[in-house]
Design a protein around this ligand. Structure first.
Ligand code: GUN
Length: 288
């Protein structure tokens, strides 16, 4: 192993520490803490764990975190009513509807209904559009966590050839847009690969920075990595033996890369830290 570790756990801890002062300032000015409400529809076990982790992290940061649990039988109209009520609630600064939603509910209609100023997930078309034109307000938490992790480790992205594997609305596309932003953490030359891309290993071999978000365990092999490249692994999968792994074969890639994220302890903790950061920013804009 020659690569240095991009330590998401420690970095997220530092960010949470920094948020404490801003949370206190919101409390002073608004007379209440920043508020984050997560809406969980149905009983998908993975979503249940994610939402619980978000609730715990919010509480630890002094944010009033609440989870609205709705049955899997909830209709789209009922869910839209819940979103409307949260939009109108002055104590709620951030709203997050956990995805995926049960069949029969159109996620686009639900996301479109969230007030853009409370859309701390950064999924609303208005926020996606602002990011696309270089005026970011709320960006999706996982890609935002990736750029913050790189910035805090002093990894230079400017002018680098960045390859993003995956084109999802939650990770791949906003990741590409963030890396493309002018200045600070952006200014990369960005290529996005997806399921129809030809010869992905050849494209990855050109990458100074690789962000893997394909959702396939061990998809990226060590001999795809350019020596000295920076490797960020967004994937998280459970192996049959119960251990966790990412989209990249860590043991191989870490022999070649200069920096690499571990799984777990890399991108995951950063996602939650960015959700808290977006929530505090929403509360600050709300007058706090
Ligand atoms: N499902 C998977 N990732 C996310 C996320 O970042 N936010 C929400 N709301 N749902 C998700």
């Amino acid at each position: 192993m020659s690569a240095r570790i991009l330590d998401g756990k420690e970095t997220a801890r530092a960010i949470r520490g920094e948020l404490a002062g801003r949370v206190a300032a919101v409390r002073d000015r608004l007379g209440r803490p920043p508020g984050l409400t997560a809406v969980l529809v149905g009983d998908d076990p993975a979503s249940g764990i994610y939402v619980k982790n978000k609730e715990k992290a919010a509480g630890a940061a002094g944010i009033a975190g609440e989870v609205r649990r709705l049955p899997g039988s909830t209709s789209e109209a009922e869910l839209l009513d819940v979103v409307d009520a949260l939009n109108a609630d002055p104590k709620v600064d951030g709203i997050l509807v956990q995805l995926p939603l049960p069949k029969g509910i159109d996620p686009d209609r639900v996301i479109d209904r969230i007030l853009p100023a409370k859309d701390v997930d950064g999924f609303h078309p208005e926020n996606v559009g602002l990011l696309a034109i270089g005026r970011p307000r709320f960006a999706s938490c996982t890609p935002l966590g990736v750029v913050e992790l790189l910035r805090r480790h002093g990894v230079e992205v400017r002018g680098a050839r960045a390859v993003v594997l995956g084109r999802s609305n939650i990770v791949g596309k906003p990741m590409a847009m963030l890396l493309l932003q002018k200045g600070s953490v952006g200014d990369a030359t960005v290529t996005v690969c997806h399921s129809a891309s030809r010869d992905i290993p050849a494209i990855v071999r050109e990458a100074d920075l690789l962000v893997a978000a394909v959702g396939r365990p061990g998809f990226v092999r060590g001999d795809w990595i350019k020596p000295g490249a920076v490797v960020v692994d967004v994937g998280i999968h459970r192996r049959e033996d119960g251990s966790l792994c990412g989209d990249v074969v860590f043991e191989e890639a870490s022999e070649v890369a200069s920096w690499i994220t571990p799984v777990p302890g890399g991108v995951g903790p950063m996602t939650i830290a960015m959700l808290l950061s977006n929530t505090v920013a929403a509360a600050e804009r709300a007058g706090g």
